[in-house]
Design a protein around this ligand. Sequence first.
Ligand code: SF4
Ligand code: SF4
Length: 104
Amino acid sequence: MFKVVELDCQSCGACCISSKDPDADKLCHLLDTDKVRLGSDEHIIGDHIATKVDRDLGCACVYLVGVPGKVSCQVFERRPLACVLIDVGDKQCAKARKRIGLDG
Ligand code: SF4
Ligand code: SF4
Protein backbone atom coordinates (compact mmCIF):
# COMPACT_ATOMS: atom_id res chain seq x y z
CA MET A 1 0.00 0.00 0.00
CA PHE A 2 1.30 3.44 -0.93
CA LYS A 3 1.45 6.34 1.45
CA VAL A 4 0.51 9.52 -0.40
CA VAL A 5 2.54 12.47 0.81
CA GLU A 6 1.62 15.93 -0.31
CA LEU A 7 4.63 18.16 -0.65
CA ASP A 8 4.40 21.91 -0.46
CA CYS A 9 7.37 23.74 -1.94
CA GLN A 10 6.80 26.80 0.22
CA SER A 11 7.21 24.73 3.33
CA CYS A 12 10.23 22.92 1.90
CA GLY A 13 12.75 24.74 -0.30
CA ALA A 14 15.12 21.77 -0.23
CA CYS A 15 16.09 22.04 -3.88
CA CYS A 16 17.13 25.66 -3.26
CA ILE A 17 19.31 24.71 -0.30
CA SER A 18 22.69 23.10 -0.78
CA SER A 19 23.38 22.55 2.89
CA LYS A 20 26.40 20.26 3.11
CA ASP A 21 26.62 19.78 -0.63
CA PRO A 22 30.27 20.19 -1.70
CA ASP A 23 29.01 21.79 -4.91
CA ALA A 24 27.33 24.54 -2.93
CA ASP A 25 28.45 27.21 -5.34
CA LYS A 26 26.91 25.27 -8.20
CA LEU A 27 23.43 25.02 -6.83
CA CYS A 28 21.68 26.28 -9.90
CA HIS A 29 23.12 26.06 -13.39
CA LEU A 30 22.03 28.82 -15.76
CA LEU A 31 21.44 28.66 -19.47
CA ASP A 32 22.00 31.80 -21.54
CA THR A 33 18.22 32.20 -21.79
CA ASP A 34 17.99 32.09 -17.98
CA LYS A 35 20.55 34.88 -17.74
CA VAL A 36 18.59 37.02 -20.18
CA ARG A 37 15.39 36.42 -18.23
CA LEU A 38 17.05 37.26 -14.92
CA GLY A 39 18.54 40.40 -16.41
CA SER A 40 21.75 42.02 -15.29
CA ASP A 41 22.08 40.87 -11.77
CA GLU A 42 25.01 40.87 -9.39
CA HIS A 43 23.85 37.49 -8.12
CA ILE A 44 24.82 35.74 -11.34
CA ILE A 45 28.31 34.30 -11.18
CA GLY A 46 29.39 32.80 -14.47
CA ASP A 47 26.85 30.09 -15.24
CA HIS A 48 25.42 29.91 -11.75
CA ILE A 49 23.37 31.80 -9.25
CA ALA A 50 25.30 32.79 -6.16
CA THR A 51 24.62 31.06 -2.90
CA LYS A 52 24.46 32.65 0.53
CA VAL A 53 24.94 31.35 4.02
CA ASP A 54 21.75 32.15 5.81
CA ARG A 55 21.43 31.87 9.59
CA ASP A 56 18.09 30.07 9.33
CA LEU A 57 18.27 28.28 5.99
CA GLY A 58 21.94 27.31 5.82
CA CYS A 59 23.70 27.47 2.46
CA ALA A 60 21.01 28.42 -0.01
CA CYS A 61 20.33 30.09 -3.32
CA VAL A 62 20.64 33.82 -2.87
CA TYR A 63 17.04 34.24 -4.07
CA LEU A 64 15.56 31.98 -1.42
CA VAL A 65 13.99 33.93 1.42
CA GLY A 66 12.13 32.97 4.55
CA VAL A 67 12.65 30.55 7.37
CA PRO A 68 12.49 26.74 7.46
CA GLY A 69 8.88 25.78 6.90
CA LYS A 70 7.97 28.97 5.06
CA VAL A 71 10.16 29.93 2.14
CA SER A 72 9.75 31.57 -1.23
CA CYS A 73 11.74 32.36 -4.35
CA GLN A 74 12.25 36.04 -4.99
CA VAL A 75 12.47 35.44 -8.75
CA PHE A 76 9.82 32.76 -9.05
CA GLU A 77 8.27 34.11 -12.24
CA ARG A 78 11.67 34.25 -13.95
CA ARG A 79 13.39 31.37 -12.21
CA PRO A 80 15.89 29.31 -14.24
CA LEU A 81 14.76 26.35 -16.32
CA ALA A 82 16.63 23.99 -13.98
CA CYS A 83 14.29 25.11 -11.19
CA VAL A 84 11.20 24.91 -13.38
CA LEU A 85 12.04 21.34 -14.40
CA ILE A 86 12.11 19.94 -10.86
CA ASP A 87 8.75 18.36 -10.26
CA VAL A 88 7.42 17.90 -6.80
CA GLY A 89 8.02 14.30 -5.86
CA ASP A 90 10.43 13.50 -8.70
CA LYS A 91 13.92 12.00 -8.25
CA GLN A 92 15.66 15.35 -7.87
CA CYS A 93 13.08 16.53 -5.39
CA ALA A 94 13.47 13.36 -3.32
CA LYS A 95 17.26 13.67 -3.44
CA ALA A 96 17.17 17.30 -2.35
CA ARG A 97 14.80 16.60 0.51
CA LYS A 98 16.93 13.70 1.69
CA ARG A 99 20.08 15.84 1.46
CA ILE A 100 18.80 18.34 3.97
CA GLY A 101 17.42 15.69 6.28
CA LEU A 102 13.78 15.59 5.22
CA ASP A 103 12.16 12.25 4.41
CA GLY A 104 14.83 10.19 6.15
S1 SF4 B 1 10.38 20.59 -5.64
FE1 SF4 B 1 10.61 19.18 -3.94
S2 SF4 B 1 12.58 19.68 -2.98
FE2 SF4 B 1 11.97 21.42 -4.27
S3 SF4 B 1 10.87 22.80 -2.88
FE3 SF4 B 1 9.33 21.51 -3.88
S4 SF4 B 1 9.01 19.80 -2.47
FE4 SF4 B 1 10.96 20.79 -1.91
S1 SF4 C 1 16.09 30.63 -8.31
FE1 SF4 C 1 14.39 30.34 -6.93
S2 SF4 C 1 13.63 28.26 -7.38
FE2 SF4 C 1 15.71 28.45 -8.23
S3 SF4 C 1 17.12 27.67 -6.64
FE3 SF4 C 1 16.93 29.90 -6.39
S4 SF4 C 1 15.28 30.18 -4.88
FE4 SF4 C 1 15.12 28.11 -5.69
